[in-house]
Design a protein around this ligand. Structure first.
Ligand code: COA
Length: 328
């Protein structure tokens, strides 16, 4: 018998109720529905306004994923929360989730890899499932990016959004499961997307606020070019490692960063739009949450089905980029 395979056995998602349309943003910053739609593909997004922390949405998504997988929280061996917007710096929000799920003794930690966080977390979970240390791992991607948006910066506040997605990964038998995954980092481009304040470099305080360092900064144009190149490369890398080609892919589920990036990557890989799952028009860019949210929608809509080849790919702050290919 070979090593166990890492299967995705359940998915769930949770979004804030509050919908913010491009027309709403026109009233806040100097922008237009036409600019946002043509440059990003986003029509509306969810922005947290109910005063709930990240864990509230992560727990809601996790309960749905556990239900879909048909397991209890007590069955979990490990919880990994991919996020850059935790409830607080200490303790890790994954610990709050473990407690709130109830009757759960799983080890729990947060993982920060920007928008690539979910794929990074999935890769970590896969190792623990393949080496037999875990039977069930809860892998969550969740962000409340709106809490760090500068509502005077039109280049970021129109893009980022809030939400949570969760997946249960379980040890199972090949040929199903994660066939290949890859993670990459280039820290020389750390200033492309950053939130400079609130850590030990620029500690919380009046000076940090006066300098507006508690807001997300982005060099959009440079990020865009790097994203298209790195996503194509990492998709080819994992497909090669799995002995597959882009033609074999039933669904490309990319990080929902920008419709133009998704289309460019699809074109380069020759994966047609019908096989590419896109929800950025309704959901916006929810960073680490975007892929598990998209997976949950695609599964519940009956689009992703057992046995299909699903390619996931993301890039984000770091810069980081990552992909995985799964036989569902
Ligand atoms: N509304 C209207 N105009 C805007 C605007 C907005 N919301 N945001 C920026 N602009 C303006 C800029 O100020 C600039 O004006 P100028 O030429 O007078 O200086 C002009 O639009 C072009 O800006 P630029 O940044 O070159 O636009 P772009 O075509 O690169 O599109 C992004 C901007 C952010 C949509 C695009 O770069 C992008 O999506 N990058 C990737 C970002 C990303 O994916 N980040 C997430 C990583 S996980």
């Amino acid at each position: 018998m070979g090593e166990p395979s890492a299967l995705i056995t359940g998915t769930g998602m949770s979004l804030p109720d509050n919908v913010v349309t491009n027309a709403d943003l026109e009233r806040i910053v100097d922008t237009s529905d036409e600019w946002i739609t043509t440059r990003t593909g986003i029509h509306e997004r969810r922005i947290e306004r109910a005063g709930k922390p990240l864990s509230h949405y992560a727990i809601d998504a996790s309960r749905k994923a556990l239900d879909a997988a048909g397991i209890a929280a007590a069955d979990l061996d490990l919880i990994i929360l991919a996020t850059v917007t935790p409830d607080m710096p200490i303790p890790a929000t994954a610990c709050t989730i473990q407690h709130e799920l109830g009757n759960c003794t799983a080890a729990a930690f947060d993982l920060a890899a920007g928008c690539s966080g979910y794929i990074y977390a999935q890769s970590v979970a896969k190792q623990f499932l393949a080496n037999g240390r875990c039977k069930h791992v809860l892998v969550i991607g969740a962000e409340l990016l709106s809490k760090y948006l500068d509502w005077e910066d039109r280049s970021t506040c129109v893009i980022f959004a809030d939400g949570a997605g969760a997946t249960v990964m379980s040890a199972g038998a090949a040929p199903r499961g994660v066939l290949a995954s890859a993670m990459h980092t280039d820290g020389s481009m750390a200033d492309f997307i950053s939130l400079p304040g609130g850590g030990t470099l620029n500690p919380p305080g009046q000076e940090m606020i006066d300098q507006r360092l508690h807001y997300i900064k982005m060099r959009g144009n440079e990020t865009f070019k790097m994203a298209v190149r790195s996503l194509e490369e990492v998709c080819r890398e994992v497909l090669d490692n799995a002995g597959l080609t882009p033609e074999d892919v039933d669904w490309l589920v990319p990080h929902q960063a920008n419709q133009r990036i998704i289309s460019a990557v699809g074109n380069r890989l020759k994966i047609p739009a019908e096989r590419c799952y896109v929800n950025i028009d309704r959901i916006g860019n929810t960073s680490a949450a975007s892929i598990p949210i998209a997976l949950d929608e695609a599964v519940r809509e009956g689009k992703i089905r057992d046995g299909q080849i699903v390619l996931m790919a993301a890039f984000g702050a770091g810069l980081t980029w990552a992909a995985s290919v799964v036989r569902w």
